[in-house]
Structures are given as structure tokens and as C-alpha cells.
Design a protein around this ligand. Structure first.
Ligand code: AMP
Length: 248
């Protein structure tokens, strides 16, 4: 069984994101970029399925700039077998989902494991759109995945509890935080990953038009928080809450 794992290049989660001076987006020049954290979890899950003998091949795919090769290499160092880079920038979830659909038709995986959301745009849409385009079942926000007899049993984190769904494969899974703890790539595996193949193509090669459908009107910083104040007693705190903040 082949597994396809889409991995997105995003601003590293430790970086304090800055809005560009002209308000057109987020500053990415000279900023540390990494694999979207939920995609690391997706890769880890695929690698564990391969280690269990359930999967035979893992293909990591990124839609992004040439530099997204770095994130594909990370996936290869974690245990993916080969990579595909589709060179396109600023793609919206629908365009990415169309590209992934074309790759699914070419590669024939039984499972696509995505992150539940990319931490840059917080869209939380690509997996769902891909499932709809393919007409496949989807198990989103997965905290557990078990594969047996052509069925994927996915435990999902829903408000106030867990839901378990059975998906007829081929299927789409999106990874939540508690699915697993991704491994660090070891040095020998980083070295080995350098020799693994990465195929490069353009959206046009897959017959996909990536023209944006959305126009970003403005990106703003959140309002600055005011400094806190120390109070000397509970009575003073209650007084301030009542008469200054007017919240009680
Ligand atoms: P989103 O819908 O943008 O929040 O992203 C959800 C998931 O879709 C991510 O965690 C990735 O697995 C996948 N994805 C989104 N955009 C890309 C991209 N440009 N390249 C590869 N995978 C992507």
C-alpha cells in the first residue's frame, strides 16, 4: 500500500510572525522556514504504518517554491521513500487539492495523510477539499489510525470527546496533535535522504490552473496588549475589576 503525504513549507512555529509594512502579507524574507508541524505528524504516522508492514511506500509531496525541497528532504530523512515538488507559490487550498488529486490519479495511493491545518494560513481545508474532489471518505482531526481489511478506523477529536469512524479505502486522513510524537531524523538518515529522489514538476504538467480565487485585502497585527498591573490586596483587585475594568 502506497501512502501520499503532503508537506507544506511554513514559517517555523518558534518565529514571531511579522506583518509586512505595506499590509499585504506576512514577512518571509530571512525568516526560518520549516515543515508544517501537523505534516511532521502525518509523515510520522505513515512511517509507523510502513514499519508495521502495512504500508510499502511513502511519497512526500510539497506544493511551493524551489526551497520547499528542504521540507521534502526532512520528510525523506524521517522515513519517506521519495518526494515530489510541484513548483508554485501562494497557492490556495483548492489549487493544492486539485494538484494533489492529479497526483493521486498518477500515483494510486490507498491513503493520503495530511496535516489538519497549515499553521501559516490556518485554512483547515485542503484535506476536506481533496476528499470531495476524489469522492473519497475522510477522517479529519485523527488521534488514532488503524488499518485492517481495506478499512481505515480513525479516532477523531471532536468537541467533548472522541468519535471513531470506519473509512473504506482509499481514504483521506488529516492528523491532529495527539496522533503521535514525530521522531527527529538521525544523522545517518539525513545522509541517506540526500540520495532519495525528488521529482520536480509544475502545476501545468498536471493540467491544474492555480490562478487565485481570493484577494487578500489586508493583513494586520493583533492590537497590542496593555501592560499588567500588580495589586496589593484582594480588595484592591475587586475594586479595579469593578471600577476600572468594569467587568464585575
Ligand atoms: P490547510 O488546508 O492549508 O490548513 O492545510 C492542511 C494540510 O494540507 C497541510 O497540513 C498539508 O498537509 C496540506 N497542504 C496544504 N498546503 C500545502 C502545500 N502547499 N503543499 C503541500 N501540502 C499542503
Amino acid at each position: 500500500m502506497k501512502i501520499l503525504v503532503p508537506v507544506k513549507r511554513v514559517v517555523d512555529y518558534n518565529v514571531k510572525v511579522r506583518v509586512k509594512a505595506d499590509g499585504t502579507g506576512v514577512e518571509t524574507a530571512n525568516v526560518k522556514m520549516s515543515m508544517n508541524p501537523f505534516d511532521e505528524i502525518a509523515i510520522e504516522e505513515a512511517v509507523r504504518l510502513k514499519e508495521k508492514g502495512v504500508a510499502t511506500e511513502i511519497v512526500a509531496v510539497s506544493v511551493g517554491p524551489t526551497a520547499a525541497q528542504e521540507q521534502i528532504r526532512t520528510a525523506l530523512a524521517m522515513g519517506a521513500d521519495r518526494g515530489i515538488l510541484v513548483e508554485a507559490e501562494g497557492t490556495e487550498p483548492l489549487a493544492v487539492a486539485k494538484i494533489l488529486k492529479a497526483l493521486v490519479e498518477k500515483e494510486g495511493p490507498q491513503l493520503v495523510i495530511l496535516g489538519k491545518q497549515a499553521i501559516d494560513d490556518d485554512m483547515n481545508a485542503t484535506g476536506q477539499m481533496l476528499a470531495a474532489l476524489l469522492g473519497w471518505g475522510q477522517g479529519t482531526f485523527a488521534s488514532k489510525v488503524e488499518i485492517a481489511d481495506g478499512t481505515a478506523r480513525v479516532t477523531r477529536e471532536v468537541d467533548g470527546g472522541l468519535e471513531t469512524v470506519a473509512l473504506t479505502m482509499p481514504a483521506i486522513v488529516t492528523a491532529d496533535l495527539r496522533l503521535n510524537e514525530p521522531r527527529y531524523a538521525s544523522l545517518p538518515n539525513i545522509m541517506k535522504a540526500r540520495k532519495k529522489p525528488i521529482e520536480t514538476m509544475k502545476p501545468g504538467d498536471l493540467g491544474v490552473d492555480v490562478t487565485p480565487r481570493l484577494t487578500v485585502l489586508k493583513v494586520e497585527e493583533p492590537p497590542k496588549r496593555q501592560a499588567g498591573k500588580k495589586v496589593g490586596s484582594v480588595a484592591e483587585l475587586v475594586d479595579k475589576l469593578r471600577n476600572e475594568a468594569k467587568v464585575i
